[in-house]
Design a protein around this ligand. Structure first.
Ligand SMILES: Nc1ncnc2c1ncn2[C@@H]1O[C@H](COP(=O)(O)OP(=O)(O)O)[C@@H](O)[C@H]1O
Ligand SMILES: [Mg+2]
Length: 290
């Protein structure tokens, strides 16, 4: 695999300063749930590692949280694609993300020969957050998201250090407010974007079951190979981009000025998916452009 956008880390491999290119892979819950997606993901990550990349995985687990909530007699509520988390809901969020989903993902990666090291945002305060106050969300008035955090910092040195030890960190997207010890739910795409910016990743791959931004959600043939800011804004306003695709696209576009190389939304079903995006051949997923 080759042709990455030029970046300070990838450009000058001298013996003393060489650090391998870094791929940050964000994995949605549906991908972990589905056998063939999960195996494809593991194979794609294994291929990245074989190609010399350091890899960091950040994952959500929306469907798994919702299922556990249902088993507990709780109701999942989302506004503009983001979960409202009451104090009672925190249990399901922590138990799913840092428990079942994280372990399932590590196991699948391990099976593909990847040394997956499971942890979560509260581990060594990897993902620092502040509690999100009630805020105005377009079309919804004032929304109190409850036990939800906005990321203030990601410990890039720790993540890079884990990579240097030869493991692939697999981070469940909880956040911690260190001063209070409060553990907060964080949108997976937001945490991944913050981690990509902090580590100055060469590639950010937002892996989601739907596999791309589409003009018609149910029609794979309507995939947008590239999406720029202006069009993204128009498609969100028109309701063509909705739900969980909104934070994904917004976070991805916000990163393009921030020193991250290439950002794409894609699935991992196909063994060549990640390599295709690294080649920038337009054959898979949606690549975000300014
Ligand atoms: N234009 C669009 N193209 C693709 N998916 C869309 C679009 N608009 C809304 N979506 C929805 O966004 C979802 C992806 O977001 P989300 O469910 O949060 O996934 P993840 O768990 O990977 O973050 C898709 O499953 C799809 O239903
Ligand atoms: Mg999502």
């Amino acid at each position: 695999m080759a042709t990455l956008p030029s970046s300070p880390t990838a450009a000058t491999p001298s013996a003393a300063s060489f650090s391998p290119p870094l791929a940050l892979v964000k994995v949605g819950g549906e991908v972990v749930d589905d056998d063939s997606h999960r195996r494809g993901l593991a194979r794609n990550i294994s291929a990245l590692v074989a190609d010399g990349f350091d890899v960091i995985v950040v994952h959500g687990g929306g469907p798994q949280v919702t299922r556990l909530q249902e088993r507990l007699g709780q109701k999942a509520v989302k506004v503009a694609g983001q979960r409202v988390t009451s104090a009672d809901d925190v249990f399901a969020v922590v138990a799913s993300l840092a428990g079942t989903v994280n372990v399932a993902l590590c196991a699948a990666l391990q099976q593909a020969g990847v040394r997956a090291f499971g942890c979560h945002g509260a581990s060594a305060a990897l993902v620092r957050t502040t509690h999100r106050p009630p805020l105005v969300v377009e079309g919804h008035g004032v929304v109190d998201y409850g036990e939800v955090g906005d990321v203030t910092a990601v410990d890039a040195a720790l993540l890079r250090g884990l990579c240097r030890l030869g493991v692939v960190p697999v981070v469940a997207t909880l956040g911690i407010e260190p001063a209070t010890g409060r553990v907060l739910n964080v949108n997976g795409d937001s945490a991944a974007a913050a981690a990509a910016a902090a580590t100055r990743a060469d590639l950010l791959l937002l892996v989601t079951a739907v596999g791309a931004v589409r003009r018609v959600v149910g029609d794979p043939a309507s995939r947008l190979a590239r999406l720029d800011r202006a069009e993204a804004r128009a498609l969100i306003a028109a309701g063509v981009i909705g739900g969980g695709m909104i934070p994904k696209v917004q976070e991805a576009l916000a990163l393009l000025d921030g020193g991250v190389g290439r950002v794409a939304i894609l699935d991992a079903h196909d063994d060549d998916a990640f390599a295709s995006v690294a080649r920038d051949d337009g054959a898979r997923g949606t690549v975000l452009v300014p």
